[in-house]
Design a protein around this ligand. Structure first.
Ligand SMILES: Nc1ncnc2c1ncn2[C@@H]1O[C@H](COP(=O)(O)OP(=O)(O)OP(=O)(O)O)[C@@H](O)[C@H]1O
Ligand SMILES: [Mg+2]
Length: 263
């Protein structure tokens, strides 16, 4: 059994009176791919927001590598090896594809999060090219996600599927040990889905643990070692993908709501 990398105990987040995540306990092992599923509004993104430091929990704990990190800010957690992508892609539209990755690398190496904001505001004023190492690594990451042909394209001109890949490359630039993916396959066509599955598998093959939120069942069932299901903020099932998929509570959660389960 691989070492545990992250554990939550009784993790809870309220937004006013709404319990978005309620008493959720689970653990992730080193090198594991865990799928996080559940109907719309189940609390999946909120759980990832808590794990990545977007906001602090209302109660409960998060341990990463045995250390209590609940309430740590996103940038600190990122430096500790937790990276994420967003449900709605966040990239610098007015930078090129290569520059987007370089900005992420340079931020990791030298500067705080303010650097990213400045980069986006002043664009080339900071001469990203100056960092040759970052450039080389950016090229490697571009190749890894299959975007080499688009390296000098402005990110805003990328086809949608490729913006998802670019965001993954930007997350990888921070050298994560744990990668949190929030619906990386939403809106992709079947061919693009296969490519995406390949990329996620290769990331995992390099020893990165992955928590992936996904509505696309083809993706989640084919890559997850284990599934966790949320419903109204509660964990209602956890275990091997096939068993969870047939679990009556899970079927009921999906059928009972207006959730879309894409096949
Ligand atoms: N920042 C916020 N402020 C207030 N309410 C929020 C906030 N973020 C999420 N919520 C609410 O918390 C609940 C869980 O939302 P969340 O986005 O985590 O669900 P989800 O499982 O990711 O859904 P989806 O599949 O649609 O992305 C929802 O009722 C949502 O409206
Ligand atoms: Mg979400």
């Amino acid at each position: 059994m691989a070492d545990e990398i992250l554990r939550t105990d009784g993790l809870t987040k309220y937004f006013g009176g709404l319990c978005a995540v309620g008493d959720v306990s689970f653990a992730l092992s080193d090198g594991e791919i865990v799928g996080l599923i559940g109907p719309n509004g189940a609390g999946k993104t909120t759980l990832v927001n808590l794990m990545s430091g977007a906001f602090p929990p209302s109660s409960g704990t998060i341990h990463y590598n045995g250390r209590s990190v609940g309430g740590f800010k996103a940038h600190r957690l990122n430096k500790m090896g937790i990276a994420r992508t967003f449900q709605v892609v966040r990239i610098f539209k007015t930078l090129t594809v290569l520059e987007n990755i370089q900005a992420s690398l340079i931020d990791r190496r030298r500067y705080g999060p303010w650097r990213l904001a400045l980069t986006s505001l002043y664009k080339r004023a900071y001469s990203l090219d100056a960092d040759a190492d970052a450039r080389q690594e950016a090229e490697r990451l571009l190749d890894f996600v299959g975007l080499t042909d688009y390296r000098d394209e402005l990110a805003e001109n990328l086809p949608y599927a490729y913006t998802k890949r670019l965001e993954i490359a930007r997350a990888l630039a921070t050298r994560p040990r744990l990668l949190l993916l929030d619906e990386p396959s939403a809106g992709l066509n079947p061919r693009e889905l296969d490519d995406q599955i390949g990329i996620i598998r290769r990331i995992n093959g390099q020893g990165v643990a992955i928590l992936i939120i996904e509505h696309v069942m083809k993706v989640i069932m084919s890559i997850s070692h284990r599934l966790i299901v949320l419903h109204y903020g509660k964990k209602i099932a956890e275990g091997a993908p096939e068993a969870v998929y047939r679990d009556p509570r899970v079927v009921e959660a999906y059928l009972g709501g207006d959730a879309h389960v894409a096949h």
